[in-house]
Ligand binder design. Structure first.
Ligand SMILES: Nc1ncnc2c1ncn2[C@@H]1O[C@H](COP(=O)(O)OP(=O)(O)O)[C@@H](O)[C@H]1O
Ligand SMILES: [Mg+2]
Length: 385
């Protein structure tokens, strides 16, 4: 087995695909191989497009049988798999493979990785894997990298220096796109766990302000970020955006377990209207699962946008905006958000199981803030000040 791990954009995928391709074509004829990515889409974007360019460069004949999810390259067959859920491994069962290529393997379920290794039973078979680092307790770290010699794994650790095509300016812009634990994992390439506060870059002084007059927000775009809950608390954030900074001007927080009363969608929609002072010229960012509430809001003339709900990536984005003080919170009007900011911790128990996620307690304003930051990052991703 071979594993390339390390920084993002360091050339892991390109190096591994080329190695896998040349090795498989020179070692076998008429063999079956596995090529796996997290999803079909990720596989096409990250693996197949560079692979096709290499095949063209080397003038190797190939055919993509899309409906059968396989590639015929030279005399070999390469079967394509997405590995995003526990049941993904079912498709591998019964197969006998001469080798496998696994892209972003740290995001695969363990069951798929084990099954994939088990399928490569032909004499002389090899397995090529690559990934970005994850937590220190992730199975790729504990059961593969740390036991490399014992299990016959050759590990190649990549840094951005290994990719000669990256200009200093591009490297710099990647480095500025991550903070805290994500910087250590994605830029430095370390297998480190997220511990303690989710947003250690938060600063009570530097990230807050006092607003004496609403005139201050004149000319700014307005958003409402919503974490919907019926049994759980429901949070709205009133957000003003000057194109650089999100000013969190106020919060609404309804905790039905504390007040002993659940609200209906219609009541919440009324509350949101009142919270925004009747302003309908507001884009409402709502967690995608709140289908009935979204319908209610649309009926009342609100513009509704589904939040991007990828927790890990969303936290990474929010952390950068907080660190750059592009998230500012009105300190007299957002008591729940400020309280949550201080109690929002990574889940210690989950970490020891190899999973990185925040504690699911008092995280409602935190979710709303993450929806806002991750859904509206176009500007920040372009790297503008
Ligand atoms: N050996 C190489 N030759 C030419 N370009 C490369 C090479 N390695 C990487 N690149 C370029 O750098 C980009 C990032 O490489 P990739 O393998 O996708 O990184 P990673 O998988 O580590 O995130 C590629 O899209 C390609 O443009
Ligand atoms: Mg890659």
């Amino acid at each position: 087995m071979m594993l390339a791990d390390g920084a993002i954009r360091s050339g892991k995928t390109v190096a591994m695909i080329l190695s896998f391709l040349l090795w498989s074509l020179t070692s076998f004829s008429g063999g079956d191989f596995i090529i796996a990515g997290v999803t079909g889409g990720a596989l096409r974007r990250n693996v197949l497009s560079p692979l096709f360019r290499m095949l063209e460069t080397f003038s190797i004949p190939w055919e993509w049988k899309r409906s059968e999810s396989r590639l015929v390259i030279g005399a070999n067959i390469y079967h394509l798999f997405g590995a995003d859920k526990d049941s993904s491994q079912d498709k591998l069962q019964g197969m006998t493979a001469c080798g496998a290529y696994a892209d972003e393997v740290a995001l695969f379920p363990r069951s798929f990785v084990d099954q994939m290794i088990g399928r490569c039973s032909v004499e002389g078979s090899r397995i090529f894997m690559n990934c970005n680092p994850n937590g220190a307790w992730h199975f790729i770290k504990t059961d593969f990298i740390d036991r490399a010699e014992e299990i016959g794994l050759y590990r190649l650790h990549f840094t951005m220096d290994d990719n000669l095509t990256l200009s200093p300016a591009i490297r710099e812009s990647y480095a500025r796109s991550f903070q805290g634990v994500f910087y250590r994992q994605y830029i430095l390439g370390e297998w480190v766990s997220a511990e303690g506060a989710v947003y250690p870059m938060w600063d009570d002084e530097a990230n807050t302000y006092l607003c004496s007059s609403p005139a201050r927000y004149r000319g700014m775009r307005r958003f409402a970020a919503v974490d919907y809950g019926t049994v759980n608390p429901c949070v709205f954030l009133d957000v003003r955006d000057d194109g650089h900074t999100f000013w969190i001007a106020g919060e609404y927080y309804w905790d039905s377990s504390r007040t002993q009363r659940q609200k209906t969608d219609a009541e919440y929609a009324e509350d949101l209207s009142a919270f925004l002072g009747g302003d309908r010229n507001v884009q409402v960012i709502v967690d995608p699962s709140a289908a009935s509430f979204k319908a209610e809001l649309r009926n009342r003339g609100f513009r509704v946008q589904d939040a991007r709900n990828d927790v890990r990536e969303g936290i990474a984005t929010t952390a950068v905006l907080i660190g750059r003080r592009q998230v500012m919170v009105e300190k007299s009007r957002c008591p729940c958000l400020l309280a949550e900011m201080h109690s929002y911790l990574w889940d210690e128990k989950a970490r020891r199981r190899g999973e990185e996620k925040p504690l699911k307690e008092k995280d409602h304003a935190m979710d709303a803030l993450r929806y806002l930051c991750h859904t509206r990052t176009d500007r920040f991703r372009r790297g503008e000040p």
